[in-house]
Write a protein that binds this ligand. Sequence first.
Ligand code: H2U
Ligand code: ZN
Length: 344
Amino acid sequence: MFDSPHRRFNLLTGEWVLVSPQRAKRPWLGQTEKPPVENLPQYDPTCYLCPRNERAGGIKNPDYRGTFTFDNDFASLLPDLIQGTHVPDSPLLNVEPERGICRVVCFSPRHDLTLPELEIPALEGVIAAWAEQTRELGKKDFIQYVQVFENKGAMMGCSNPHPHSQVWASGHIPNEPAKEVENQKAYFNEHGQPLLSEYLDEEHKHKERLIAVNDHFTALVPFWAIWPFETLVIAHRAMSYLTDLTSSEASGLADILKQITTRYDNLFEISFPYSMGFHQAPFDDQPHPEWVLHAHFYPPLLRSASVRKFMVGFEMLAMPQRDITPEIAAARLREVPTLHYRKR
Ligand code: H2U
Ligand code: ZN
């Protein structure tokens, strides 16, 4: 069945993806990408994220040693309630004001180290910083959702190789988490168990989509993956927020993040681009027994370091489509060495 065109259902979003395995061998004469720059300096005097350097607006970064978090100087969301937003007098022109807070979390003072190259204690520090931002922003009365994410690589529109992530906290629940709330709630109400816990058990029975497993987390290629090497990192215990992680679970998450990003880099022996982020439950003053903390990795690369997948045409107008099957993608990610190529 997995050799011919079929569609698979994404339990989290309630949407279908078209899989066309027979198409994986088509020739490519289209755009190719430049490989990411290797051999970056440990400190770059022109980088706005390196310690002691100046950012836009003249603020100077401290001489930080671990992680460093600051308010985004070009924030997309602002905390102040602006009175007098122009509201068109028509139900067809629907608009509401949106408030929020945007921050940048630098992973390390080192300009040249990415997640897979950080040692476990440094990764635990990054997870602690994300959890602290979640705690601090999630308790504000005008915040309903805290989105932690990393854009990595120029291909994903990341403006600076200095390892960093972002936190956007917003007054409304954004589209993707909103779909996940709805679908996880519906499943929990019907089955009395969290959707992702049951899905995880199912994947552990089949094993063919698993990439990395430890006591507290599993990384796998989801059955309904859209991006060629998309992965999902799922907590073994149903929890709502990064702040719910025990210290051994946080160490387990650090280990899984290191394993999955190392495998990504080793796949084409480049610093692998992606957008990744955590999906936590909303801060809407309701219990979320349906929620299982998880992270999505969406990498754009398809068959080599220089050929990316474009979400165009049928994908834009109809539905997402992929060529190589999630099972083949998982096998390729399992095949690569576990030691980072730059350490070999
Ligand atoms: P990305 O490259 O991942 O998009 O993130 C960089 C962020 O850093 C971006 O959101 C912010 C940009 O607004 N930034 C500052 O806050 N201060 C600066 O001096 C430059 C960039
Ligand atoms: Zn830097």
